[in-house]
Design a protein. Sequence first.
Length: 133
Amino acid sequence: MSITNQKGYIGEQAFALEAAKRGYWVAQMPQDCPYDFILDKRDGNLIRVQVKYRSLQLNGTISLRLKNGARSNRANYSSNNIDMFAVYVAEKEETFLIPISEIQDMDEISIRVEPPKNNQKKGVRLIQELNIW
């Protein structure tokens, strides 16, 4: 198993545990599915979740890429194929649940996990503001 696969597995397991703690039924999907999990809050609504493991960058941010390159055989992430991103931030040992509707019109987004040291507010997307857990 490669390091990338190990990280993905850690992120997926952390997400499944957090979702179960919050009362969801959790179903993992097969490898070729465009999303990793289905969540069921026991209300009849199913949520398609793509899980990402991200390491915190030195500036306190993580990046999510929604558009794949022209050579990629993978579909771009959009509300057509997922409802939420679950992002496991390794250094924080926390999983955040972010609706795709909050970020889907971007190719890539940089999200702050830690507030800026200069207290800048304009143009800053804090992960806590996007998180819907």
